[in-house]
Design a binder for this molecule. Structure first.
Ligand code: HEM
Ligand code: HEM
Length: 551
């Protein structure tokens, strides 16, 4: 079957799927009852805020903001049973979640350092050029691969391993598969990054690591997805909450994408470029995006103690994403030597993505409506809500960036890099920070030792990211206009970006500093500085503060 038929078939399937979905909604095939959105709450839990990273004072202020609701004796009984089960569930995931998250923090620091060095090189070309592996081409690629296959999947897998038993109401089954998978994955990544540093790559963006190394990662990724299957089989939850849909689909899509994308000697020429960007955008849209959305749909309602505003809208978001995202990759090839109908198809699908994106945005907005003041008191919520908002910004921006008229200006410029960071940093990474702040106290049965560092981390990365994204978007746009102006020499389009490239290094420096603060806090918690948590979620107390490493 040729590429034309495959893409056409995919498009017809998407549209048919969407109609089937609308029809099934009209026939009440989906759970209409608001009970589905309450699946993540126990009896009597709605109305009780829950932010494990908040101090007692912040928690009190958060509860005051949301109002006080008394729990009946019967509900309290049911709640304490469920809380005890959650403690069990948390225990079953503790080691695997901790290992994966520790790896993610390590790769975050490696990646940020490589990103900062690459950034400085763009305005100080003499900086660190002594060795080949330090040059821009390799350093930039090391940065991309360390975020794309180190920080991002390790954080997403770690958070997913913790969420699964909570959502399926049963302990995690098969944690050792995920640990083995994680080890293989990281070994593969170390091998892949070493090859990149030595200049050995497969020569395609996002698919640089040699395919021989990818074998380790394919096996590792497949093993890491095993607990999903085992735990799903043994679930005690009556309804699969929308986060399970997103995570389940993402953990199913990712190994397939990675395997197809890395098959050697199958795709050549134009087909190879097409497949490259089919992989490139699908890994963003069908892996990182659903993993982060699953987290927002779980953590946001849990923190404010209120179910999401519209459960059906969350399903529209899920199916819209599943139907439309698969074909958007062609928008990376606008103007390229590929069939124009294929690019047009991807532009149409990129615009269609506005439907699921708005479904999510409206849902988040209405869930938070009237409660925005809670952001003052909950450090975790700040990350989650800001990340959710950045999903809307990056995606709507992306839909318009796909249009030929806009892409002619932005393609080959720093504007694309700014968009990439609004998506993978402003949205995905910021959501993951929030999720990790929520998860770690439960995993470790320990408090974050220095709560003020959470705020410091937040403001450093938010200010740094704002400088990075706003400056580079302006610089990239001016660069694109200059490149299109026949009256201007090419070098003018380079010089115009200089102040913005320098501001990116300042913004990126602040982000990196924020990451160091986060990593320090993570290590301090792992070394058991601070105080112990006593009792299950919601009703926990703290033991006396300790400032020594536990023996
Ligand atoms: C409806 C949603 C989205 C659409 C239609 C979209 C569209 C686009 C377009 C048109 C480009 C530029 C292609 C080029 O000129 O080379 C791009 C690049 C990119 N987008 Fe998006 N985007 C969307 C959402 C996102 C999200 C949510 C993320 C992150 C999770 C993201 C991450 C990226 C990255 C990393 C790149 C740069 C890829 C590269 O060149 O290496 N996008 N996107
Ligand atoms: C978790 C944090 C980060 C994530 C997820 C991330 C993600 C990405 C992605 C997806 C790209 C490819 C963009 C494209 O090709 O269009 C990229 C490139 C880049 N990033 Fe990051 N990044 C992060 C942190 C940083 C930091 C802290 C800096 C420091 C300034 C930085 C600087 C760069 C640079 C210089 C490039 C290459 C741009 C180019 O080729 O012109 N990144 N990053």
């Amino acid at each position: 079957m040729n590429t034309v038929s495959i893409l056409l078939l995919a498009f017809i399937l998407s549209v048919t799927g969407l109609f089937v979905f609308i029809w099934s909604l009209r026939r009440n095939f989906f759970d209409h009852s608001p009970a589905a959105s309450r699946e993540i709450f126990s009896k009597g839990e709605i109305g009780q805020v829950d932010d494990p990273s908040a101090t007692p004072e912040q928690r009190q202020a958060l509860q005051d903001e949301m109002g006080h609701k008394t729990i009946s004796a019967e509900d309290r009984q049911a709640l304490s049973v469920e809380l005890a089960e959650r403690v069990e569930a948390d225990r079953s995931t503790a080691s695997v979640t901790f290992i994966l998250l520790a790896c993610s923090v390590f790769w975050l620091i490696v990646a940020s350092t490589a990103g900062l060095i690459s950034s400085i090189k763009l305005h100080e070309p003499e900086f660190l050029t002594q060795h080949a592996w330090m040059t821009f081409g390799r350093m930039r690629t090391l940065h991309l691969n360390a975020v794309a296959y180190g920080w991002a999947p390790m954080a997403a897998f770690g958070v997913a391993m913790w969420m699964l038993p909570r959502l399926l109401k049963t302990p995690l089954i098969g944690a050792r598969y995920a640990i083995t998978g994680g080890v293989l994955w990281n070994l593969g990544l170390v091998g892949g990054l070493t090859c990149i540093a030595m200049g050995i790559t497969d020569g395609m963006e996002w698919l640089e690591m040699p395919w021989q190394v990818d074998i380790l990662m394919v096996i590792g990724g497949a093993l890491a997805a095993m607990p999903l299957i085992f735990t799903l089989q043994n679930r005690r939850a009556h309804h699969l909450y929308v986060s399970v849909w997103y995570m389940g689909a993402a953990l199913f899509w990712f190994p397939i994408l990675f395997l197809v994308g890395n098959l050697p000697a199958v795709h050549v020429g134009v087909e190879q470029a097409t497949m490259n960007w089919w992989f490139g955008h699908n890994v963003l849209g069908l892996f990182y995006t659903p993993m982060a959305l699953a987290s927002v749909y779980y953590f946001l309602p849990k923190i404010i103690g209120q179910p999401i505003s519209s459960y059906n809208l969350s399903l529209v978001g899920f199916w819209g994403l599943a139907f439309f995202y698969g074909q958007v990759g062609g928008h990376h090839l606008v103007g390229g030597p590929v069939p124009q109908w294929m690019v047009t198809l991807s532009i149409v699908q990129s615009m269609m993505m506005i439907i699921p994106v708005l479904a999510f945005s409206i849902n988040q907005h209405y869930t938070m409506k009237g409660h925005f003041r809670t952001l003052i008191h909950s450090p975790t919520l700040r990350f989650i809500v800001l990340g959710g908002m950045m999903y809307t910004v990056s995606s709507i921006q992306g839909s318009f960036e796909a249009l030929r008229s806009i892409n002619t200006i932005t393609h080959f410029t720093h504007f694309t890099v700014a968009h990439a960071h609004i998506g993978l940093y402003g949205f995905f990474t910021i959501v993951m920070f929030g999720a990790i702040y929520y998860v770690m106290p439960r995993v470790m049965s320990w408090e974050w030792p220095y709560p003020k560092l959470i705020s410091l981390h937040f403001w450093l990365v938010v200010i740094g990211f704002a400088i990075y994204a706003i400056g580079l978007s302006i610089g990239g746009w001016l660069q694109g206009l200059a490149m299109l102006d026949p009256a201007k020499a090419f070098m003018e389009s380079v010089f115009v970006t200089m102040p913005y490239l320098k501001s990116r290094s300042i913004g990126g420096g602040l982000m990196t500093l924020g990451h160091l603060v986060f990593a320090f806090h993570f290590v301090a918690m792992a070394l058991r500085y601070g105080s112990r948590r006593i009792g299950p979620a919601l009703f926990h107390q703290r033991s006396a503060t300790r400032n020594v490493v536990e023996a």
